[in-house]
Design a binder for this molecule. Structure first.
Ligand code: AFP
Length: 341
């Protein structure tokens, strides 16, 4: 009998236990972060259940509203946003919330205020709901500078100031990937226990990958470095094998695959969208934070993504993220473009 394996199966590392273990490394900690995270986890469990039931419960379909990005809003988007906002406010640990679904930042009322700012997309990839493709929640956490007087500047900070970031993917299993700035860990929801269990400890992205992930339908509007890079992926001149293309169109799913298998995910600028499509605060930053923590890189076409300073809460940015060596290649192409080569 393999006693070690048996011990592992019976000694479950739940996300709560994991975070409390981390917290115990900081004796001065008041446990606020653990409480905040437990409320985020609750939101993820709720949304997971709602997503799983969507077809049956007839929750899917248009809610008849458009969100601030001018996109059609699905009932699940509305529901997920409400659940997360309520869970975060009731944690008593937040002071500013920025959601993809809300035009304005939400300043938590004084009596329920805490020290953390949470930026999040409650249900990213929602155009995929109706066909059952994996979708997810993305979040990033900042600490407010002055908890008596929180201002929008507390969330308009470069991504490198985030304390933690993560996503929860609602797919064939429900997987929560989290970084508190000391590596990346993945937890899978055990539906029978209702607990997220550590299943992917210390995730490291392969240094180089064999997959590129991009919406090639936008190719006619790409700039030269992006076009050259994708051409290299398909027709490498150094004798290496071409890369495979995988694109789901749901950032959480595309980034999750990139993190585990390696490769590169691109949402570049193009002539129609000079800032790309993805939102800085609650898409680009959290995913870039996770990539760097896993040993990869994230680049905007001009700079390290986490050094970008957003001007508005719903700003967008081009993004190239993934395996270290793959991102290095696209950086070299942009550098050559600047030099006029
Ligand atoms: P939706 O939430 O409208 O489905 O958009 C998803 C998303 O923001 C992100 O999850 C994808 O990576 C990206 O857009 C896909 O965009 P394209 O459809 O333009 O490829």
């Amino acid at each position: 009998m393999d006693h070690e394996a048996d011990a592992y199966r019976t000694d479950l590392m739940t996300i709560t236990r994991f975070v409390l273990n981390e917290q115990s490394k900081y004796p001065e900690s008041r446990g606020d972060f653990s409480i905040l995270l437990s409320h985020i986890v609750l939101g993820c469990k709720f949304v997971c259940t709602a997503v799983n039931k969507a077809g049956l419960a007839k929750l899917i379909g248009l809610a008849g509203e458009t969100n601030v990005q001018g996109e059609e809003q699905k009932k699940l988007d509305v529901l997920s946003n409400e659940v997360f906002v309520k869970a975060l406010v009731s944690s008593g640990r937040t002071c500013i919330l920025v959601s993809e679904e809300d035009e304005e930042a939400n300043f938590v009322e004084h009596s329920k205020r805490g020290r953390y700012c949470v930026v999040f997309d409650p249900l990213d990839g929602s155009s995929n709901i109706d066909c059952g493709v994996s979708i997810g929640t993305i979040f990033g956490i900042y600490m407010v500078k002055d908890d008596h007087d929180p201002t929008l500047d507390d969330v308009l900070q470069p991504g490198k100031h985030m304390l933690a970031a993560g996503y929860c993917m609602y797919g064939s299993s429900c997987t929560l990937v989290l970084s508190t700035g000391e590596g990346v860990n993945g937890f899978t929801l055990d539906p029978s226990l209702g607990e997220f269990i550590l299943t992917h400890p210390d995730i490291k992205i392969p240094k180089k990958g064999k997959i590129y992930s991009v919406n090639e339908g936008n190719a006619k509007n790409w700039d030269a470095p992006t076009a050259k890079y994708v051409e290299k992926c398909k027709f490498p001149k150094d004798g290496s094998s071409p890369k495979s293309l995988r694109y789901i169109g749901s950032m959480v799913a595309d980034v999750h695959r990139t993190l585990l298998y390696g490769g590169i995910f691109l949402y570049p600028a193009d002539k129609k969208s000079p800032n790309g499509k993805l939102r800085v605060l609650y898409e680009v930053f959290p995913m870039s934070f996770l990539m760097e923590q896993a040993g990869g890189q994230a680049f905007t076409g001009k700079q390290r993504a986490l050094e970008l300073i957003p001007e508005k809460i719903h700003d967008r940015s081009p993004i190239f993220l993934g395996s270290y060596d793959d991102v290095e290649e696209i950086k070299a192409l942009y550098a050559a473009e600047v030099k006029g080569e």
